[in-house]
Ligand binder design. Structure first.
Ligand code: 3HC
Ligand code: NAI
Length: 701
């Protein structure tokens, strides 16, 4: 059982002991009801306190139990709360640190609540695509008023306890303790003050009235707001309907309505995706052969080499986290340009009111520049972001090997080069690692941490920890061409090209995949990033991998100088100063001519085929990445795509999506695509891992 029971004089204390956040899993629920029975059976006990050990009162229902029979096993959370309400002896919740989801619902089933200041209070179920399913939608409006409760439930955002405790008329908290340290003693005092109260006089939240003066009009207004904000996500509207039920139905009927809506959401693909995201995000920071307690190196100062597009953005991440940065360049003009861009970015934030002037000044004061490698000798982490040429990287890493202090971590931001080769330019390959940021590096969440064959475990542990500090989602990738993300996107782009050959237009492909939920289709994305980048990569690969088949349309486009937005023309036309993609007759003619040259008779291609070929191309390459050990788990691949490539969050990433679609169906579709003479049949043979999982009736998860 993960709850402890003790008796202090006339007060029984039940303490949830389920680290890390006292999730209300089966063994904790049993512990609570067990303690409750003991307390009610003991004539010496006159009041009961429920609290949580460690860093939370409770983070809510145990997310790891979702989808398993354990979640519903009696006593389920609803039964525990009913048992609390039915207790003939007063129950006081002593709440601190975090009270969320089912944890807050549990507290609302207690007769009284004493809270420590600074506690984060939330019903965050909506962020998991759910609604509070243990009475939260019926009880919170009764203690905070309908509007405050609805805001909290629909947004899922935490609110500090002292703010809620000071709201006029609130009935959520009976007492705000003076401090977290004094909470327990104050809860004991409070319990003594209500000890021995007759059962009939014990207050229950369910008995409080719940009305909104404008009733239907208010909910219609709120519905319009929520509908506009929650495209693709069913949970926010269902949260609203459940809260509305608290104002129109009797308590027990409202509870039944909440349950009905909760069950619908629990079965929805959107919730499945969001729960997967929650777990995958946390799992990504765990590396199978690197223990959690691996000692980490101290990172107090960071050096950045190259003040270009990436170097500037990378530097901003560390400045934002209060870590001093020294940027090195070859020439003063390049430094000046780089610093000016950093300033411009910050100033734009100040102008928009997103950054206070004093914070801006503080960040800039942490930034220094140099033209001399000797000035990097005290840096604990040095990140190289110079031109993408192995020769240039060689010069830089040989120099770093001479000047960097022993134990300094030497990182490369290379997007395509072999990190093992870069490491071999030094006499300390164990200290070398890839830190592949995405552009704009100060905005994009993803960081691919590229593990060389000699990268030391403590280097990896340190880089994962520093990534968290600069608020990045770090995913470990092995060394291969393109790492996880770009290796997969190559297959996606190849399919986009074949679709043009076979009869689709750029706008049809973009529209279909954007309707699926991608932020931007492949052709609009190409125009934004610059089509010349892919062109250069294809030229390099033409010699390395001559057997790889591509559509020639993209090369022909580049031969016309249509590199995208920066040249005013790409797959689409652009008007000066505007980013709207206008379908281009030049491009349509180019594609038509290309088909004639290749002897292709165009056919009508459905949106469904477009989506499947693009997404399943990611899935097949993702599976090969797993087979090759480049990624250690499918959730890592999903995190790369969700945080770095605009894959729709509500679909949970390519590997999760494929698991949801059923790997058998995915493999059958691949076999169909393999028969298409215009496509790359060899690529479409389902990866061995997919075939194995299908044979075993399993999915990636
Ligand atoms: N159940 C199980 N484990 C949980 C959990 C939960 N509800 N909430 C967090 N954890 C785990 C995490 O998986 C992580 O585990 P790990 O160390 O093995 O990776 C660990 O707790 C720490 O989590 P964070 O890294 O997120 O730590 P933080 O200190 O940054 O944040 C937190 C703590 C604010 C509690 C945050 O984890 C959080 O927001 N959790 C989700 C809370 C939530 O959504 N609760 C609602 C659950 S649904 C529910 O209650 C349904 C009910 O209405 C019926
Ligand atoms: P950039 O051309 O904007 O900047 C490179 C900077 O490095 C220039 O300011 C240049 O003066 C400086 N530089 C070149 N050689 C140097 C040397 N020997 N010593 C010191 N400074 C030197 O290039 P960008 O886009 O910032 O790319 C840098 C690296 O980041 C490359 O390896 C690239 O592949 C990688 N990358 C780029 C992404 C992008 O979208 N631009 C995304 C992810 C990685």
């Amino acid at each position: 059982m993960t709850a402890e029971y003790k008796v202090l004089g006339e007060i029984a204390v039940i303490t949830m002991t389920n680290p890390p956040v006292n999730g209300l899993g089966y063994s904790t629920r049993v512990g609570i009801t067990d303690g409750l029975s003991k307390a009610n059976d003991d004539p010496a006990v006159k009041a009961i306190i429920i609290t949580g050990a460690g860093k939370a009162f409770s983070g809510g229902a145990d997310i790891k139990e979702f989808g398993t029979s354990k979640a519903l096993q009696e006593p389920n959370l609803l039964s525990v709360i009913l048992a609390l309400e039915a207790s003939p002896k007063p129950i006081v919740a002593a709440i601190h640190s975090v009270v969320m989801g089912g944890g807050l619902e549990l507290a609302l089933g207690c007769h009284y609540r004493v809270v420590a200041p600074g506690t984060s209070v939330a019903l965050p179920e909506v962020k998991l695509g759910l609604l509070p399913g243990a009475g939260g939608t019926q009880r919170l409006p009764r203690v905070l008023g309908v509007e405050t409760a609805l805001n909290m439930i629909v947004s899922g955002e935490p609110v500090k306890s002292e703010l809620l405790a000071s709201a006029p008329g609130q009935k959520l908290f009976d007492k705000l303790a003076a401090s977290a340290e004094s909470l327990f003693d104050e809860a004991v005092e409070f319990a003594k003050s209500v000890a021995g109260k007759p059962a009939a006089e014990l207050p229950l939240v369910r008995n409080l009235p719940c009305k909104h003066p404008q009733g239907d009009a208010y909910f219609q207004f709120a519905r319009n707001m929520v509908t506009g904000m929650s495209k693709n996500y069913p949970a926010p509207l269902k949260c609203l309907e459940a809260v509305r039920a608290s104002t129109t139905m009797k308590f027990n009927d409202g509870m039944a309505e909440e349950r009905r809506l909760f069950t619908q959401l629990m079965l929805s693909p959107e919730s499945s995706a969001l729960r997967h995201l929650f777990m995958a995000e946390r799992a990504a920071s765990k590396i199978p052969d690197v223990a959690d307690d691996t000692p980490k190196r101290d990172i107090k100062t960071v050096g950045v080499i190259g003040a270009g597009t990436m170097g500037g953005g990378i530097s901003m991440n560390f400045l934002n986290a209060g870590i001093p940065v020294k940027i090195l360049e070859m020439k003063q003009e390049a430094l000046d340009r780089g610093i000016a861009t950093i300033k411009k970015n910050y100033e734009a934030q100040v102008k928009k009111g997103k950054l206070k002037q004093d914070k801006y000044d503080q960040r800039m004061s942490l930034l220094s520049t140099t033209l001399s490698y000797d000035d990097l000798k005290d840096c604990d982490l040095i990140i190289e972001a110079v031109f993408e040429e192995l020769g240039v990287k060689e010069t830089v890493f040989k120099k770093l090997d001479e000047v960097a202090k022993p134990g300094a971590i030497l990182a490369s931001n290379t997007s395509t080069l072999d990190v093992d080769k870069i490491a071999a330019f030094t006499k300390r390959p164990q200290d070398v690692v890839g830190m592949h940021f995405f552009s704009p590096a100060n905005v994009m969440k993803l960081l691919e941490v590229v593990r060389g064959k000699e990268t030391a475990k403590d280097v990896l542990a340190t880089v994962m920890a520093i990534a968290k500090k600069i608020k990045k989602t770090a995913v470990v990738s092995g060394v291969c061409d393109g790492f996880i993300g770009n290796r997969m996107i190559e297959q996606y782009s190849r399919q986009a090209g074949f679709l043009l050959d076979e009869g689709a237009t750029p706008q049809q492909v973009d529209k279909a995949i954007e309707k699926f939920g991608f932020a931007m289709g492949p052709f609009r994305m190409g125009d934004l990033a610059g089509n010349d980048i892919g062109w250069a990569i294809r030229k390099r690969r033409a010699t390395e991998r001559a057997d790889m088949k591509y559509s020639r349309t993209a090369d022909k486009l580049c031969e016309l100088g249509r590199f995208g937005q920066k040249t005013g023309a790409g797959w689409y036309d652009y008007q000066a100063g505007k980013r709207d993609a206008i379908p281009s007759q030049v491009v349509l003619d180019l594609i038509e001519q290309h088909r004639k040259d290749e002897g292709i008779t165009p056919r009508k291609i459905s949106d469904e085929e477009i989506v499947q070929r693009l997404v399943y191309a990611l899935v097949n390459e993702g599976a090969r990445i797993l087979e090759d050990g480049i990624a250690s788990k499918s959730g890592d691949i999903d995190m790369v795509y969700l945080t770095g490539y605009g894959f729709p969050i509500f679909r949970g990433g390519p590997m999760h999506y494929a698991s949801q679609a059923g790997l058998y169906n995915v493999a059958e579709a691949m076999k169909r695509f393999a028969k298409n003479p215009r496509d790359d049949g060899k690529f479409w043979e389902p990866a061995a891992l997919i075939q194995k999982l299908v044979a075993e009736g399993k999915s990636f998860s």
